[in-house]
Design a protein around this ligand. Sequence first.
Ligand SMILES: CC[C@H](C(=O)O)C(=O)SCCNC(=O)CCNC(=O)[C@H](O)C(C)(C)COP(=O)(O)OP(=O)(O)OC[C@H]1O[C@@H](n2cnc3c(N)ncnc32)[C@H](O)[C@@H]1OP(=O)(O)O
Ligand SMILES: [Co+2]
Length: 134
Amino acid sequence: MLGRLNHVALAVPDLTAAVAAYRNTLGAHVAEPLALPEHGVTVVFVDVGNTKIELLEPLGEGSPIAAFLEKSPSGGMHHLCYEVEDILAARDQLKAAGARVLGDGNPKLGAHGKPVLFLHPKDFFGTLIELEQS
Ligand SMILES: CC[C@H](C(=O)O)C(=O)SCCNC(=O)CCNC(=O)[C@H](O)C(C)(C)COP(=O)(O)OP(=O)(O)OC[C@H]1O[C@@H](n2cnc3c(N)ncnc32)[C@H](O)[C@@H]1OP(=O)(O)O
Ligand SMILES: [Co+2]
């Protein structure tokens, strides 16, 4: 089922500061911020060659990462995103195996304009998993 690691997401309290640190201190290739109001975040992708780092900042009320940042005010690793060839087949296989698919279970378009789903962190040893259709 799992393909390549598409990105590792880091929730940050201040996206501007995180972009400056990655661009200037770490010398990384940093893309422009992308507001995703339907997901309650603003994201910036950092290309590190073999995968991407997704820097996430809350956007608007009720952001799904607000509670995470309340628990970890300086930020932290938020989720891993794996690519899957067929996200609906993957979803059905995971549900049949008893995994919890978050939301209404239907894929939404993510930051790359491809369908994504999330799996509950409690079902995967404390790590929030995102699946993105490759
Ligand atoms: C899709 C656009 C973009 C992209 O890449 O294309 C993105 O990635 S957007 C990313 C932001 N969107 C999401 O994260 C959507 C999925 N997330 C959720 O549905 C919630 O955040 C959820 C259910 C994971 C947690 O919700 P909430 O924080 O309100 O619930 P709790 O505080 O009750 O947490 C329950 C339990 O889970 C632990 N938890 C929460 N978040 C994480 C996390 N990121 N990693 C690991 N564990 C997490 C939390 O600590 C609670 O544990 P407990 O031991 O019960 O205290
Ligand atoms: Co993501």
